[in-house]
Write a protein that binds this ligand. Structure first.
Ligand SMILES: Cc1cc2nc3c(=O)[nH]c(=O)nc-3n(C[C@H](O)[C@H](O)[C@H](O)COP(=O)(O)OP(=O)(O)OC[C@H]3O[C@@H](n4cnc5c(N)ncnc54)[C@H](O)[C@@H]3O)c2cc1C
Length: 344
């Protein structure tokens, strides 16, 4: 979809280009990237959307801000649904619904969650597990289904149907993915506002938030909306800073939400783990409309210090900065944290 849209508006995509450095030239109102072959590309605005290991931190923060291991990893794979259907029990359990919709099952338990789903073409599953140093951040770090079965054998009450799916998984496609994270970083823009980080490059997520990809897309919509509101090239720095102001607290809450959902997996209600919750403030948010409603007042806030408060966070929440270690420690001590508030 993205590629089609880029074609439509005449944007050329160059593949196989590795960005090694970002730069900006405030006097000329230009920003750019240096590629690994030494060549440079320039533009009026550079969006650094190069994921968790992005190279824009030296320009944005003045130093590298590396992500670190979260202590967890995730087994994940997708394979042709015909293969999955070769086991009649799997075929029956993961039948497409009568109205043609796909089937998704999410199981949670102490310290873990597992998703199994199928659509028209593919069977897909993922299981979080503690990382004992064997996982890697690589799509080519393949493990065998037997290794996963060794792990699921240690999980009390683990469903037999899940093991059946694991057994028929192709042995060369199963990835053990190391989950990385970074404390929330409030500034996503370069000093002159001509480079802006977006998606995982700006904010890391645990899969238990179910929101990393969603927030990357919300970022994109918000940024485009801010640029449209700014209306001219010379206001690009204003647009990126307003985007940052409108997005940071919401995204930071959703990062913390991954931590709270992870903790909920360990909490039982009537003998069952509490399901992850998804509040209205998350699913009913319209980032385009939010920019339309808040852009001008946010500009007044940045320019003249006029009062401004984000409303795209949990209702009633007064945002307080947090770090992952601080959050986990405070939770253990039963203290108030950013997670207190109406998250439903
Ligand atoms: C196991 C797992 C489960 C997840 N589940 C969910 C979920 O259920 N829901 C959800 O919303 N999100 C989920 N996410 C998160 C989601 O996948 C990410 O948040 C999302 O992909 C981030 O998008 P992005 O475009 O910012 O970064 P990426 O998808 O990481 O894209 C970055 C791109 O930049 C390229 N790149 C990197 N470095 C360079 C460089 N130096 N030069 C040029 N290009 C470069 C990369 O090749 C890549 O194409 C999950 C993530 C994981 C790991």
């Amino acid at each position: 979809m993205l590629h089609e849209q880029l074609n439509e508006v005449g944007v050329e995509v160059e593949y196989g280009m590795e960005v090694v450095e970002y730069f900006e030239d405030a006097a000329r109102g230009r920003a750019g990237v240096v590629l690994n072959d030494g060549s440079r590309r320039e533009a009026d605005l550079v969006v650094a959307a190069d994921g968790v290991r992005g190279n824009s931190w030296p320009l944005i923060a003045g130093k590298p801000v590396p992500a670190r291991s979260s202590g967890d990893a995730i087994f994940r794979v997708a394979f042709p649904v015909e293969l999955a259907s070769s086991d009649p029990q799997v075929a029956e359990r993961f039948r497409m619904l009568e109205d043609g919709r796909s089937v998704f099952e999410l199981w949670t338990g102490p310290g873990m969650h597992a998703s199994f789903w199928r659509n028209q073409d593919q069977m897909h599953w993922s299981i979080t597990h503690p990382d004992h140093g064997t996982a890697a951040e690589s799509w080519s770090h393949v493990v065998s289904p037997e290794q996963v079965l060794n792990y699921t054998a240690t999980v009390p009450g683990w469903p037999e149907i899940a093991d059946r799916v694991i057994r028929i998984t192709p042995s060369d496609q199963l990835v053990d993915w190391k989950l990385m994270w970074r404390d929330p970083q409030p500034t996503w823009t370069s000093p002159s506002g001509l480079v802006v980080q977006l998606g995982d490059a700006a904010h890391t997520f645990l899969p238990s938030s179910g929101n990393g990809g969603t927030q990357a897309m919300e970022d994109a919509i918000s940024l485009a909306s801010c640029i449209a509101m700014a209306g001219s090239k010379d206001r690009v720095p204003e647009a990126t800073r307003i985007h940052n102001l409108l997005r940071f607290e919401r995204v930071s809450c959703l990062q913390a939400f991954g931590v709270v959902n992870q903790a909920r997996h360990n909490t039982e209600v009537a003998g069952k783990p509490k399901p992850p919750h998804l509040g209205r403030w998350i699913v009913e948010h319209d980032p385009e409309e939010y920019v339309r409603q808040n852009y001008e007042v946010a500009v007044a806030h940045l320019k003249d210090g006029a009062p401004f408060r984000n409303t795209n966070t949990p209702p009633g929440l007064v945002y307080t900065p947090w770090t992952i270690d601080g959050l986990l420690n405070a939770q253990q001590r039963g203290e108030r944290t950013v997670l207190d508030g109406d998250w439903d």
